[in-house]
Design a protein around this ligand. Structure first.
Ligand code: ZN
Length: 238
């Protein structure tokens, strides 16, 4: 639909630039860029080409065409190479089909990774006060600096679990980070293996039924608590 694009739009950078957040989703970045410049997200999108109305980035990732990626880079005041390096969703393998009729889409499922809310204290350190969303290889994130757990429940109620009383989760994440640093991507498989061993041996059976996790499960729902409980059990393994 190139004929519908306004070729004059998206050729100048927006007034205020945005600091990158490690692992941020494209949808979250575009939404924050608009907010930072006090513009509606729709308006920023229209400067990038043609496509559907925006979706809240907590629900899905946004994928773009090559054309829209170039426009977004210009609007943000960066090169395409810089944008690709900082926003995973803008990498070549995630670009939309050349024959797609739109310049962006918000499919329900991400094409890779999970949408997880960024630690709001870390985001604040980078100058953002609105919620930001990441694309991560795991469906959760532990912020070791602020002792917070966020997940891909896509719920902001509550936005995070305070880990100050859950030292074993923090320990497990520190251990996991060490394994991953040593083994690289293979470290992820080691963790998956350890979990499946625990599940098979009945060790992880229904953590929400246990006394320790029952209270939290009543607040957050069993589904949100399960990975938290699983990770905490890993701290017992050596
Ligand atoms: Zn943090």
């Amino acid at each position: 639909m190139a004929e519908k694009r306004d070729q004059w739009l998206g050729r100048r950078r927006m007034h205020l630039r945005l600091r990158f957040l490690q692992g941020e989703s494209t949808g979250s970045y575009v939404t924050r860029l608009a907010a930072r410049n006090n513009r509606p997200t729709e308006e920023v999108l229209w400067s990038m080409g043609t496509g559907p109305v925006p979706v809240d980035p907590q629900y899905t990732e946004m994928y773009v065409s090559r054309y829209a990626r170039e426009r977004l880079a210009t609007l943000a005041g960066h090169t395409v190479a810089e944008m690709q390096e900082r926003l995973i969703g803008l990498r070549d393998e995630f670009l939309m089909d050349k024959d797609a009729k739109d310049d962006w889409e918000w499919p329900w499922d991400t094409r890779a990774g999970y949408i997880v809310q960024a630690c709001s204290l870390c985001a604040a350190r980078r100058g953002t006060r609105s919620p930001a969303w990441l694309i991560l290889p795991d469906p959760w994130q532990v912020c070791l600096r602020h002792r917070r757990w966020t997940d891909n429940s896509r719920s902001t109620d509550p936005p995070y679990v305070d880990l100050s009383e859950l030292a074993e989760v923090v320990r497990a994440q520190q251990r996991l980070n060490r394994v991953r640093k040593r083994l690289g991507p293979a470290g992820r498989w080691v963790f998956a293996d350890a979990c499946s061993v625990l599940v098979r041996s009945g060790y992880l059976e229904d953590p929400a039924q246990t006394k320790q996790w029952g209270v939290l499960a009543a607040q957050l729902g069993e589904q949100r608590v399960r990975p938290l409980a699983q990770l905490s059990r890993l701290s017992l393994l050596t």
